[in-house]
Design a binder for this molecule. Sequence first.
Ligand code: FAD
Ligand code: NAP
Length: 490
Amino acid sequence: MLKTSVGIRLLSTSRKSVSVVGSGPSGFYTVCRLLSKSKEPLDVTLWERLPVPFGLSRYGVAPDHPEVKNCEDTFSRCAKEFQTRNASGHTFRFFGNVDIGKDIKLEQLLNSQDAVVLSYGCGGDHKLNIPGEDTANGVFTSREVVSWYNGHPSFARNEKLSSFNWSRVKKVGIIGNGNVALDLARVLLSNQIGEVWAQTDINPLALEKLRTAPIEEVKLIARRDFLHSKFTNKEFRELWELERFGIRGVIRPEFLDLHEIDEANTDRVLKRRVEMITEYMLPFDQRTKKNYKKHRPPKDGFNKQWEMDYLKTPLMINSDAEGNLKSLTVCANKMTPDNRVERLSNQTQDYEFDVLITSLGYGSNPLDEFKSLNIGFVKNHVANKQGAVLNTENEVIPGLYAAGWIRKGSSGVIASTMADAFEVADAVLRELPTSQPRKQSTIDVSNCSFTTWNDWLKLDAEERRRGQEQGKPRDKFLSASEMLEFLNKK
Ligand SMILES: Cc1cc2nc3c(=O)[nH]c(=O)nc-3n(C[C@H](O)[C@H](O)[C@H](O)COP(=O)(O)OP(=O)(O)OC[C@H]3O[C@@H](n4cnc5c(N)ncnc54)[C@H](O)[C@@H]3O)c2cc1C
Ligand SMILES: NC(=O)c1ccc[n+]([C@@H]2O[C@H](COP(=O)([O-])OP(=O)(O)OC[C@H]3O[C@@H](n4cnc5c(N)ncnc54)[C@H](OP(=O)(O)O)[C@@H]3O)[C@@H](O)[C@H]2O)c1
């Protein structure tokens, strides 16, 4: 690990320099595109708050979806190719463990670089803003639970989750039915199936706790109807396929009045979803399409189920005298002809749960300096026009861009995030030749204990080595201090 006592030079007089803030898929795809497309030699610097790269690919994507993390191979190949100056003349540098806005001011980057791309993602939570949400013991956000089981350095040993008594959890409620909610349902329902987790990099401390939970039922609660479900078909199907372990899906018939569907105006994806639900709801032997008869439910499998509940708005979270979660009060909704949700406030009911997870999408925050730098921030993202960041008067701020989730809010898969990053990188390359003169020539990193790309390679090799000993792809370091300690010993 490098700790310098002098400012480092991140630019030369003749070459253009670009800093990218955040090394998740959007930041790394931006870097790769800049380096592979620029005809002029470029100095590209990637800043990351954590000592390690890859953002939600490493700390969001479910541990039983390792193929999704293949993008990390692309990023690693790109870093390797440009880490030392090759024929292209580009340079690439990674600074991990540096929080832009705190350790290094954004203003410093803006003054010393020809372009800055913000790609720092959505690191917060959306709230329901209902009574009990912040006080009942047993209520978690999706980001807390996902970061915990994925071993995120700030959550791997999270006290609230680790000290919670999972051994009494039979009924789980999840609010929202996006793909993260489905990930959570799948992880929780298969908590005791060794073969699912043995060869994954799931946080072993979290798995140990989760395993103790005798979970019988997970209910996913949506405010809209089945046709407006937020999940995608592939993930929905994966949930149904848990029937190979005896874990069944339930959707009550009242939510499946699919005769109302206007066939002519229904898109292919929705038609497929309707076909899927129609077949899966039938007993195994009555299904006619081979596609939905892959795994015969075992006779001696688990007796667990998940349920998709619809047309409910959460009103209140109720706890017992000790402050433990007891139930969730919801009211029924109906969809209006113009597809708005209308509450039927007099139709309320209580659902009893032992754990409740709010899975409402990730929230984002402006950096502290946005105010003093007059950078616009609206509705969960940086104000921008096609990636060019706007000030609070809606004017483009020259040389400042946004990509990925911080550009658009917490929606989109890795493939769409890549397309977004490429669009922004292309705009940067178009505008670099006319960038404004820089005010400073160096960035002072004297107060930072930063990690380099080579440091990451050492951590990566160690995680893989430890994982191999246990028959899994990697065994993650579970805190930033353990990572830095390991590097200091090397
Ligand atoms: C739980 C979950 C599961 C998902 N599963 C899938 C899936 O299976 N398939 C799929 O295609 N997509 C999946 N996605 C979506 C995918 O993860 C996103 O599309 C993608 O990660 C967004 O990339 P990003 O770079 O914009 O943000 P992020 O991945 O969040 O990256 C942002 C990076 O910025 C860093 N950062 C934050 N603040 C600072 C700062 N001040 N200074 C420096 N660095 C900073 C963060 O540490 C992080 O590394 C999932 C998302 C979630 C939440
Ligand atoms: N395997 C994969 O490909 C994968 C896995 C995980 C995540 N992802 C992607 O990552 C992105 C984020 O996923 P996500 O599931 O976190 O978010 P999401 O897809 O936006 O889903 C959020 C859910 O929360 C509900 N919600 C939001 N605010 C609410 C409120 N106030 N009250 C009640 N319900 C509320 C939404 O309902 P409404 O629909 O009514 O707004 C929706 O059901 C998505 O693009 C997703 O596809 C992909």
